[in-house]
Design a protein around this ligand. Structure first.
Ligand code: GDP
Ligand code: GDP
Length: 437
């Protein structure tokens, strides 16, 4: 499901990350089942009154160049104005209005997204005088908040979700097509690959408007199966900060990932593995996509050894997508590209796989008899039974006597054993532990 995006924009030190963390706190406290993934602290999934959204601390996103202080605030503002569904513009109630605030307000007002002005660091409830001067910014009634103490943040969130409710986030008509997103760093070869996948088969079914503004998805039929190539939102759009691709790529990739069943992660094999590749892979895995890794530009690498080295590095440095198959391709010559369809099919099959409770518990019985468990003090973990609680991706809940002593190593062990037994190549799986005495 594509989550709407709420961006928090503001000068350094006004309290953006404090606010984002406070809002996300409830969710983050229960992420035990999400271990092992490089969590990018600049965004969180959040929920308020039943509305789920992605909250982004724009100040936490890396910029591609070392911007001057002011340049970077301007970019955040542009990004908020162009890419977010709602912008929370945070200012510091202790310093009062500064020129940067005026500039940011001007940019935000020109954008499409509704803007909520929040005046932070008002720690004493009822003492709200500092908000008056912020009316000058022309952004309506300011919300007094204290990110540190939580005062006022509920009212702010009420207003945020009021706006989100008004936004249509309609999903495409459910059909049998597999949603595929093509993601990766700029110049990795995403558009070349998209064109090849679409062009390879003459039988393009239709163009349908995607969920996100300006996104156009293409449905392709290949050997009787349908695939929707999910556009990376806004890729074709010219914007004022188009050169700052890394910065924008973050939000766009995330939007595409949210709408996809399977992500094709394109890596430029001539460059090797970059930090950005790891980051994109991290959020694809974290946001529950099946993944196929593509080493592109194989025509341009010197030898097969380079590709082998790259595979090793992926194994070492992107363990969190260790489940993903890796295929070498050339989007330019077309070599290897036809193998992508089969890999997508397998990944999707495993992503939507359902294992019966009886099979699962026969496996668990064997594990109890011959496998490991964890102990802590006098506590010995006993897994009593297990059941698959979700698909897409598969989620398993283990009922046990002491869920609190389950650690990362044990989870990894269980995951590996599950994968050996039931084959989940291409898909992440999630594990949950619940007490049952
Ligand atoms: P960012 O750079 O905008 O992300 O700002 P931070 O969240 O890192 O906060 C900057 C500083 O302001 C930190 O020292 C915070 O503890 C402080 N701060 C943030 N929110 C509040 C608040 O509501 N009240 C007070 N008194 N300090 C705050
Ligand atoms: P995107 O930014 O990820 O969409 O990347 P593009 O598809 O625009 O490709 C970036 C550049 O890499 C272009 O000059 C492509 O022609 C080139 N390119 C893409 N795929 C390949 C490939 O398989 N081999 C070679 N040699 N070049 C490629």
């Amino acid at each position: 499901m594509a989550l709407p995006i709420v961006a928090v924009v503001g000068r350094p030190n006004v309290g953006k990350s404090t606010l984002v963390n406070r809002i996300a706190q409830a969710q983050d406290a229960i992420v035990h089942e999400m271990r092992g993934v490089t969590r990018d602290r600049s965004y969180h999934e959040a929920e308020w009154n039943g509305i789920h959204f992605t909250l982004i601390d724009t100040g936490g996103i890396e910029m591609s160049d070392d911007d001057a202080f002011q340049g970077s605030i301007r970019k955040q503002a542009f990004m908020g104005a162009e890419e977010a569904d709602v912008v929370v513009f945070l200012v510091d109630g202790r310093t009062g209005i500064v020129p940067d605030d005026v500039e940011v307000a001007r940019i935000l007002k020109r954008g499409k997204a509704p803007v909520l002005l929040a005046v932070n660091k008002l720690d004493t409830p009822g003492v709200e005088d500092p908000i008056w001067e912020f009316y000058q910014l022309g952004l309506g009634d300011p919300f007094p908040v204290s990110a540190v103490h939580g005062n006022g943040t509920g009212d702010l969130l009420d207003a945020v979700v009021d706006h989100l409710r008004g936004i249509e986030h309609e999903e495409p008509e459910p059909d049998d097509a597999i949603n595929v997103a093509i993601i990766g760093r700029p110049n990795a070869g995403k558009s070349s690959l998209t064109n090849r996948l679409i062009g390879q088969d003459r039988s393009i079914v239709s163009d349908v408007a995607g969920t996100t503004r300006d996104a156009i998805d293409t449905v392709v039929e290949h050997e009787g199966k349908r695939y929707r190539i999910v556009d990376t939102a806004g890729l074709r759009r010219k914007s004022q900060i188009d050169e700052d691709v890394e910065y924008y790529g973050f939000v766009r990739a995330m939007r595409a990932i949210d709408r996809a069943d399977v992500a094709l992660l394109v890596i430029d094999a001539t460059l090797g593995l970059t930090d950005q590749d790891q980051r994109v892979a991290g959020y694809a895995a974290e946001r529950n996509c099946a993944i196929v890794v593509l080493l592109n530009k194989r025509d341009a690498v010197e030898s097969g050894e380079v590709l082998e080295d790259l595979r090793d590095r992926i194994g070492d440095r992107m363990m969190f997508v260790g489940f993903a198959p890796v295929i070498s391709i050339s989007a330019l010559t077309g070599k290897g590209v036809s193998r992508i369809w089969g890999a997508v099919d397998t990944a999707f099959e495993n992503y939507s796989k359902r294992v019966s409770t009886s099979k699962l518990n026969i496996w668990l019985e064997g594990l109890r008899e011959f496998g490991h468990t964890v102990t802590k003090g006098k506590k010995v973990l006993r897994l009593k039974y297990a059941t698959q609680t979700r698909t897409c991706p598969p989620e398993f809940t283990f009922f046990c006597n002491h869920p609190e002593i389950v650690n990362d190593n044990f989870e990894r062990y269980l995951e590996n054993r599950l994968r050996q037994e039931f084959d989940f190549a291409g898909t992440p799986i999630r594990l949950k532990f619940k007490r049952r005495d």
